[in-house]
Design a protein around this ligand. Structure first.
Ligand code: AMP
Length: 278
């Protein structure tokens, strides 16, 4: 079994990347929170086709969790993650401690606007500020040439693209398609929390999303139909079932050229999200 180099300090990662760059190598970063599944592995496979060296970061980022959310119980399984990376083109895993990333006295926050407004933010106002901070830190720490993010978190991808543009961070951002289970459920580290009954209900999410994307009904009617279908399937709460302009996630208007259907719904404490082109 190949030993993957695990780097735990920012200094060591900077040193590693500097060596690669001095040799003219192009470096890519795959940011994750661990509990790796085939969705994460697809990001690695996609980016490794365009770069010479791949870093996978594993860090459960406290600032993107609200106090009542699942920070403490979020699955942490580094040894299993390193096993899962076998056979994929990973040159280094960056797994810093919380103290490295948020040392005593850390006092910066980011207030994200534009595509960060609405949808996820309606229920998780803290979320994109935390994501933006950690992604900005990872990009600046690693000085990577390319970074890849899944369309699974479509709004997050737009927020990160906007942040990178606004802050002139010299990195290319790539979006990657959603990897699904055989019944269409988008792969997620949180799927591991689902019991058998919840897993069966979760499998209906993608079909409801597809009907929202293709119904041809007026927007409000299509959204209401999707919401009713989710509740009828057994979801406890629907955070949103929305059709939006795919470029900025604002309401669909005369200028809209492409649409996105997006759903967030809860089964007990477990929150599932999915989206597709509409
Ligand atoms: P996470 O570990 O959940 O923070 O996700 C790390 C990265 O993997 C993010 O860019 C996600 O969008 C991406 N990702 C998560 N699940 C999937 C999936 N099913 N298909 C494609 N990308 C995914």
């Amino acid at each position: 079994m190949r030993q993957i180099n695990v780097v735990r300090s920012i200094q060591d990662m900077r040193h590693q990347v500097a060596l690669w760059k001095a040799n003219g190598l192009r470096v890519g970063l795959v940011p994750t929170m661990g509990a790796l599944h085939d969705g994460h592995l697809s990001l690695i496979d996609q980016i490794s086709a365009t770069v010479d060296r791949v870093i996978v970061s594993i860090f459960v980022n406290p600032t993107q969790f609200a106090a009542h959310e699942d920070l403490d119980t979020y699955p942490r399984q580094e040894a299993a993650d390193l096993d899962r990376l076998q056979g994929h083109a990973v040159d280094c895993v960056f797994a810093p401690t919380v103290e490295q990333m948020y040392p005593q006295g850390f006092s910066t926050q980011m207030d994200m606007q534009g595509p960060a407004q609405g949808l996820e933010t309606d229920n998780r106002p803290h979320f994109f500020g935390g994501v933006a901070i950690i992604v900005a830190k990872l990009l600046l720490q690693s000085q990577t040439d390319v970074a890849i993010f899944g369309e699974k978190d479509f709004q997050q991808l737009l927020v990160i693209r906007a942040m990178v543009r606004d802050l002139d961070i010299p990195v290319e951002i790539i979006g990657a398609p959603i990897i699904r289970e055989s019944d269409g459920l988008a792969m997620s580290s949180r799927n591991a929390y689902l019991n058998a009954e919840q897993r069966q209900i979760a499998g209906q999410l993608n079909g409801i999303l597809a009907r929202l994307a293709t119904s041809g009904l007026p927007v409000e009617q299509a959204e209401a139909q999707a919401r009713d279908a989710l509740l009828a399937a057994g979801f406890g709460t629907v955070d949103y079932a929305a059709l939006r302009d795919a470029h900025d996630l604002q309401a669909i208007g005369a200028q809209t050229t492409s649409r996105r259907a997006l759903i967030a719904a809860r089964l007990g404490d477990i929150r599932l999200i999915d989206n597709m082109s509409a």
